[in-house]
Write a protein of this length. Structure first.
Length: 354
């Protein structure tokens, strides 16, 4: 291979996936880190003194994210207080192993770690949920529960920001899926680098413009300790189609991933977002009557899903809520603990804290 196209002196060892330029290892590391730094500063993701939870699963993306966030915080003196936050979904042979990786990374970076489990939060593990509902739709339960679990963990850690390892491929896939489904409401939101409401902690994606291939190469050449097995319950066929299509496009044009993200960003939704109630032009998001979590309905999605599980009617939350309510009457089982009270007053028992 030729000399590095960046420093011009060292021998090139890799081709940068997003540009196909030959690069030495050191320049490759630096260009990825600089790209993330530029994403952070241009989008003003953080301010000095912010307490930031890095959502870590032990997988490649979040392991690299923890490494890069730690590196940039030191290099550019961001002044951030970093924490690791993991959710144990209760998937035997998968998450238990990947969490061991997280524990080792905690030692390596010297960052406090908090682990919350679905079992403690909801009384259900994904193993138990899949035993009841089968593989189909299990990702819906997992996704809804994880979103809330991360918010709960962030409240317990008393942080004011969460970052996740979603990368450019993930976002481009989501754009494609929303187009294929005709979900224009989600399409208009899915490329946002940061999501925040009055009621939730801001959540950002510093890897929004980093290709998955770059993350894999970074982890490999840095010899980072990560867990590389795919989730055993992840039959997400629809995302699989989008992924295959994206990989085919990438072979034709390296910029296709960024092009798709840009298309998503430029999209202006003409479709009214019906998730929130609009009153006199002001968006009102209420709280779940049962657990206190942000919700524009009486019950949040997680409580509806839990209700279904606890009543042996797991399709309750999957199908159209109002239709099901008509069939089964109003949901009346006792509330799980109030979300805010739970998070502030009571330390949740978790397998390994700090
Ligand atoms: N169990 C978990 N605990 C904490 N954060 C999680 C967990 N699962 C996912 N996340 C966060 O959400 C991001 C996207 O998750 P996704 O399930 O798409 O996994 P992924 O793309 O394989 O990422 P990773 O390689 O980090 O596992 C992760 O990078 C991480 O920041």
């Amino acid at each position: 291979m030729k000399n590095c196209s960046i420093c011009k002196t060292a021998r090139a060892l890799v081709k940068i996936p997003s540009t196909l330029e030959p690069s030495c290892k050191e320049c490759f590391f630096l260009q990825l880190e600089t790209k993330v730094h530029n994403t952070i500063t241009l989008n003003k993701l953080f301010k000095r003194g912010d307490k930031v939870a890095i959502a870590v699963s032990g997988g490649k993306d979040s392991t690299v994210l923890a490494h890069v966030m730690t590196t940039l915080n030191k290099r550019y003196d961001y002044g951030l207080d970093l924490f690791l936050l993991s959710i144990d979904e209760g998937i035997t042979g998968y998450r238990d192993d990947s969490l061991l990786t997280v524990q080792r990374n905690r030692e390596e970076y010297g960052i406090p770690l908090k682990i919350l489990s679905y079992q403690d939060l909801y009384g259900w593990t994904m193993d138990k949920i899949v035993a009841q509902i089968g593989l189909k739709n299990n990702c819906t339960f997992c996704g809804v529960f994880r979103r809330q679990a991360l918010d709960r963990g962030a409240l317990l850690l008393n942080v004011n920001h969460i970052v996740t390892g979603h990368n450019a491929d993930d976002i481009a896939e989501t754009v494609l899926m929303n187009i294929m489904r005709g979900d224009f409401s989600r399409l208009s939101r899915c490329t946002q680098i940061q999501t925040a409401t009055d009621q939730t902690i801001p959540r950002s994606k510093p890897f929004k413009y980093i290709y998955e291939k770059e993350i894999v190469m970074y982890a490999y050449f840095k010899k980072l300790d990560y867990f590389s097995t795919e989730c055993i319950y992840s039959p997400n066929a629809y995302r699989g189609y989008a992924r295959t299509f994206l990989k085919d496009l990438e072979r034709i044009s390296t910029t296709s991933i960024l092009d798709i993200i840009q298309s998503g960003e430029s999209y202006q939704s003409n479709v009214e977002v019906k998730l929130n109630q609009e009153v006199e032009g002001k968006v009102i998001v209420g709280n779940c009557e049962r657990c206190g979590y942000m919700s524009s309905n009486k019950l949040c999605k997680a409580c509806v899903l839990l209700e279904g599980l606890n009543r042996g009617l797991p399709k309750l939350g999957i199908a159209n809520e109002s239709k099901i309510r008509k069939q089964h009457g109003e949901i009346k089982t006792p509330a799980i603990q109030n979300f805010k009270q739970l998070s502030i007053d009571r330390e949740i028992k978790s397998p390994s804290l700090n």
